[in-house]
Design a protein around this ligand. Structure first.
Ligand SMILES: NC(=O)c1ccc[n+]([C@@H]2O[C@H](COP(=O)([O-])OP(=O)(O)OC[C@H]3O[C@@H](n4cnc5c(N)ncnc54)[C@H](OP(=O)(O)O)[C@@H]3O)[C@@H](O)[C@H]2O)c1
Length: 239
């Protein structure tokens, strides 16, 4: 039986992924700073209990990551980094602490734990690492460039990690995601026509293939392709 480690497993998207991986016959190590909530989710779901291990993981507590990794019940075949933190740009501009938390959760914590995963040569079952990034990391825009810059850094890290792990036949994917109807966006007014549901995005995680960049939903893929080539003059006119 293959094992998937999900970091930040209390995410709404991650929870849907847990259900889908379990349905596909994987055992899941669900790692979260909110283990009570996650245990409740496992209790209330149709999951076979011994297929899911809930373990404590705090993305910001970098010093704990080595011990966390060494103590995993099994070493994973697949690792999904789903932890994420978002504050609105204006607050992040005025309050460095919240900007710093975004950097820690979205980028530094990811690098800290995924480096350990990648450096573990004894884990010869590792076959894939998936990171959840964002369209806001594609171009710097005035409405969200602080969160966006943490996701841009994460995406670039994953691109290099993919090259680094290529010779070991380990695939690295980045999901470049648009708006999802999850708690990270609570209170934000987002275009409903572009809003995806967590289970829709989870299907792209669980079904990830060989491509590095995966953009769920054709509308977001179109936006992504335009954003990539749009001259800076026009990007500056966007919100
Ligand atoms: N929703 C969107 O529109 C959207 C768009 C693009 C990318 N994404 C990315 O998709 C991923 C999943 O987000 P989501 O939409 O499912 O939102 P979510 O439900 O809010 O999930 C984010 C998760 O990150 C966890 N987290 C935050 N700080 C952490 C820490 N220090 N240690 C461990 N976990 C921590 C949160 O834990 P708690 O449950 O304990 O709060 C939460 O479960 C995130 O990386 C997000 O940036 C989301």
């Amino acid at each position: 039986m293959k094992t998937v480690l999900i970091l930040g497993a209390n995410s709404d998207v991650a929870k849907k992924s847990i259900l889908m991986y379990a349905e596909k016959g994987y055992s899941v190590i669900a790692a979260s700073r909110n283990t009570n909530e996650l245990l409740k989710f496992v209790e209330e779901s149709s999951l076979t209990k011994n297929l899911v291990d809930v373990v404590y993981f705090d993305a910001e507590d970098f010093n704990s990551h080595k011990e966390f990794y060494n103590n995993l019940p099994q070493k994973p075949h697949i690792v999904v980094y789903a932890a994420g933190y978002l504050v609105e740009n204006d607050s992040a501009l005025k309050n460095f602490q919240s900007a710093s938390t975004m950097m820690s959760v979205n980028y530094i914590g990811a690098v800290s734990i995924l480096n350990l995963v990648a450096l573990d040569l004894e884990n010869n079952r590792l076959e894939r690492i998936i990171g959840l990034s964002s369209l806001s990391g594609v171009r710097g825009r005035k409405s969200n460039f602080i969160y966006g810059s943490t996701k841009a850094a994460f995406t670039q890290y994953l691109a290099g990690l993919r090259q680094e792990l290529f010779s070991r036949k380990i695939i690295v994917n980045v999901l470049v995601i648009g708006y999802i109807n999850t708690k990270i966006n609570a209170g934000l007014s987002l275009n409903k026509k572009l809003l995806m549901q967590p289970d829709y995005v989870a299907k792209y995680i669980v079904g990830a293939g060989n491509s590095f960049v995966i953009v769920p939903n054709w509308k977001w893929k179109t936006i992504y392709n335009i954003l990539k080539i749009l001259p800076e003059y026009w990007v500056a006119k966007l919100p």
